[in-house]
Ligand binder design. Sequence first.
Ligand code: FES
Length: 318
Amino acid sequence: MSLLTYMDRPVPIAPGETVLEALLRAGIEAKSSCRAGTCQTCMHRAVSGTPPEASQRGLTEAQKAMGFFLPCVCKPETPLAIAPRDDAGARREAVVRSLERLSHDIIRLRIEADDFDYRPGQFLELIADDDLKRHYSLASHPEDDPYLEMHIRLHENGRMSRRLTERLAPGHRLHVAGPSGTCFYEGVDPDQPLVLIGAGTGLAPLYGVLRDALKRGHRGPIRLYHGARDPRGLYLRDELEALAGSRENLTYRPCALDADAHLRGDVAAVALESETGLEHSAFFLCGGENLVKRLKRDLFMRGASLRAIRADAFTPGA
Ligand code: FES
């Protein structure tokens, strides 16, 4: 087996040579800047094999877990197969298993796709047609669920929304690509407080992360904040209340802008008001871009480490 493989193509690499030098010598286009392991411009991903420790210095735990590394300071000693950092993975065929309403405007889509390797909380690209693609986060768990689960907001007159509600039914075929994203539990210290904050269908990746944290025996406190405009958007509320009631270290705080006093609140404000000792916690933030930006900034200003914040911001895709 070749010491270095790029997208299934063997690439000769001389002793003492870096992966970046080998790629360039082979005529493969690879961006770079500092060539000293600091700017991260050259980042690639190992699809098999383990990158040397020195080539992952400065990366987050999530990036390391995903196999990211810096080719400009990587001198492999064991076989390494690599791909560009944003290579979303091959497109695969998928079959619709079920479509179910979770609220007045949110559906739960479950599909089956063979050999789709992912971590709960990552997202995939759902391809209904070549010109109809959307990204959705995964709420399912690969070790427990024989399907991929997404929570999808329906938009009036949205093309994907119409496709899902009018033309898709169990047994229909579509395609998926991915997964992508670093919003997953791996790399979190099981004893530290875990804070999950999201709005709308941002609950999907948080639900995946929460299930993974519980499955892996997270010992620190876990606090889940879910926000919506009105209480109908607080889907999975009964299930989450039951789960919180059965786990000593789990707190669930639903809040809606247009709700009675006991539920009323803006999810970001409620979470910021409730959380203390932010420097010790790990955060997962999922929701609209403005919410995620605001939370990131405010958490950082109050002492949270940016390295401890994982975020998945989305812009609504109809
Ligand atoms: S080129 Fe800067 S880290 Fe590799």
